[in-house]
Design a protein around this ligand. Sequence first.
Ligand SMILES: NC(=O)c1ccc[n+]([C@@H]2O[C@H](COP(=O)([O-])OP(=O)(O)OC[C@H]3O[C@@H](n4cnc5c(N)ncnc54)[C@H](OP(=O)(O)O)[C@@H]3O)[C@@H](O)[C@H]2O)c1
Length: 288
Amino acid sequence: MPSTDTSAAQQPALNIVLIGAGRMGQAMLSGIRAQAAPHAITAIEPHAPTRAVISNESGIRVLASIEALQDDADEQAAEVILLAVKPQMMSAVLSALAPLLRGDELLISVAAGTSIAQLAAACPPGQAIVRAMPNTPALIGMGITALAAGAHASDEQIQLAQGLLAGCGEVVLLQDEAQLAAVTAISGSGPAYFFALEHALLEAAQQLGLPAELADRLVRATGRGACQLAWQSSESPWQLQENVRSPGGTTAAALSVFEQRGFHALIAAATAAAAARAEELAVDNNPH
Ligand SMILES: NC(=O)c1ccc[n+]([C@@H]2O[C@H](COP(=O)([O-])OP(=O)(O)OC[C@H]3O[C@@H](n4cnc5c(N)ncnc54)[C@H](OP(=O)(O)O)[C@@H]3O)[C@@H](O)[C@H]2O)c1
């Protein structure tokens, strides 16, 4: 069973290197930077316009390539390296990174479908590795990140990872890395499902004759309110749904269409496809 312990100790200031400052890298960056500890963060990002945005917005050091880290003095050596590149880029990134690893830094990877064993194969023996599956609400400190630790990550390093990622929202520690494919399908990709529902509601509102601006307001506020209510309530999502449905009423009319058209089967098939894709990525990234 996953534990939900997020009570990591007060974090010391660390030298952190973020490799890949795209959507997820930036979301984690904002969570980590919101913490009290004044971490020294270096981002590696090949895309020049993104480098300029990060440098202007956060003032952190941004380098164009991993190789540029070679010039860092010992006192700047990274204690934590966050890998936030696409799984397809991971093997090239690890080839460039491996010669620079001392072996005592903690590697945290958020790449879907890249296993701890695959990461370890490219690192010095005994490298401490934690796999993390965050989600984009990390951008506003309301994400949830699931962690799976490799055999060489010490309890202190696992706590360090929990503490750093707590800046992005909730953290759960998994006992089994194999759960990450399902976690990816539920919480990693999950925000997109909620946005897709809002997008569909927006289109439906306009088909019902509501002006776009009003539809946008209604949908965003309903989404925020419903999610907040579900978060705060001790009632199950099913019970909260039933609380809106009165017999013969408008919600009952809508939900009966959900039921007739197989809404639950659709969600089950969609999440199964996401979990299967996470497993496939592991094979694609490690064909041997
Ligand atoms: N997005 C999500 O909701 C989400 C959720 C959970 C986990 N993840 C994981 O997060 C990882 C990143 O996803 P993303 O959506 O953030 O992708 P993304 O926006 O494409 O970000 C990846 C970034 O890495 C950069 N990059 C590529 N090669 C690099 C290299 N050699 N060195 C340093 N940086 C390099 C890319 O630069 P260029 O644009 O120039 O190529 C890009 O800015 C993926 O592995 C994904 O599985 C994402």
